[in-house]
Design a binder for this molecule. Structure first.
Ligand SMILES: [Zn+2]
Length: 357
């Protein structure tokens, strides 16, 4: 696909996703005002259809209907960027594929909870690397995904900084229904029953990861809290965009630290991991995209300076649970740029053999 056309399709998907979310939020308010983003997204799509000899979607209803249909029914040319069988919007939120697309194409503020971004900004400003690592470590550990009030207090008490104490609390919400829920065997968050099956969060990402692993959401255990315990869980956006990708990051850090000196979120999150080797340091970014196309989109959108780092001392690492057969080849075929990218197990091997040293 030509570069300009590729950009147009990606931009269209992105604009529709932001618009449908804004429309959903506007509908929740007492007084409804049509968000500008919806007007803009519909116009952009109509314009694209007209220019490509297709009948534009005229009314709001028609547009919303399209958002709920598999993408192949209205934008089949988006094949390289999103799963055509999935709709953009389902179960009252972005579909799983939409979420992956946004992480690849959007900006963190489109999907990430503000609390996490605020903490990053604060720690960068105050050069508080230790506070930041502690903060992120809690948010990427399944053991802290659902906690009692006492545990939440303990967590807050482990920060000396007042702002971070407050912000860690702000990452959690009361979870009164814990007795009806189950503990996710992958991420530790709350499973709730929908149509007879246990689901992890709105987009049920952990269900996607089930296939390659030895656990099942359907055999999950209840939470071990005593009766009348006040329970809190991570806010859904933090669960989805910080905890879930944080799990493989944590595992990779632990595995590497058996042999090497490792630092998590070095230089206030410039990378996920730094590995200090004898002769030099390497930096890792752990990328949790289910589809290699989403990783390719993400890489293509990095600026030249950032890309240069991934040609020299930095690596993209695909965790085990995301690395399907042929993943790396698919990434390489899609992008014309030479970058360092490997699967988790390959990384361990390369380091053992001293290939990366
Ligand atoms: Zn889960």
């Amino acid at each position: 696909m030509e570069e300009f056309r590729k950009d147009v399709i990606q931009e269209i998907l992105y604009t529709q996703l932001i618009a449908i979310k804004n429309l959903n939020e506007a509908l929740k308010k007492d007084e409804f005002t049509m968000p500008d983003s919806v007007v803009h997204a519909r116009r952009q799509l109509a314009h694209y259809f007209l220019n490509n000899g297709r009948k534009p979607l005229l009314g709001l209803n028609e547009w919303v209907t399209a958002m709920l249909q598999p993408v192949k029914t209205w934008l089949p040319e988006a094949e390289d960027f999103i799963n055509l069988e999935a709709p953009l919007w389902e179960n009252n939120g972005w579909s799983r594929d939409s979420e992956y697309f946004l992480q690849a194409y959007g900006r963190p503020e489109d999907y990430q909870e503000l609390t996490v971004l605020k903490v990053l900004e604060y720690c960068r400003k105050n050069n508080d690397q230790e506070g930041y690592v502690l903060f992120r470590s809690f948010l990427s550990d399944p053991e802290w995904a659902v906690v009692s009030e006492e545990e939440l207090n303990q967590m807050a008490a482990s920060f000396s900084d007042e702002f971070l104490k407050q912000q860690i609390r702000a990452c959690y919400e009361p979870f009164a229904e814990w007795e009806q829920a189950r503990k996710c065997p992958y991420c530790g968050w709350s499973l709730l029953k929908k149509s007879g099956l246990w689901h992890c969060g709105h987009a049920n990402v952990c269900f996607d990861l089930e296939g390659s692993n030895k656990w099942s959401l359907q055999t999950a255990e209840p939470f071990p809290f005593g009766k009348d315990t006040r329970v809190y869980r991570l806010r859904p956006g933090i669960h989805r965009y910080t905890l879930i990708p944080g799990i493989p990051e944590k595992r990779i850090a632990e595995n590497l630290s058996k042999i090497h000196r490792v630092e998590r979120y070095p230089e206030q999150d410039r990378f996920d991991l730094a590995v200090y080797l004898d002769n030099r340091n390497i930096y890792l970014d752990v990328k949790c995209f289910r589809s290699p196309d989403h990783l390719a989109t993400y890489i293509e959108r990095l600026g030249p300076e950032r890309l240069e780092e991934f040609r020299t001392h930095a690596w993209f690492v695909i965790p085990r649970e995301y690395a399907s057969k042929g993943y790396i080849n698919r990434v390489r075929n899609r992008i014309e740029l030479q970058v360092n990218v490997c699967e988790e197990d390959q990384l361990y091997q390369l380091l053992k053999e001293g290939v990366v040293s």
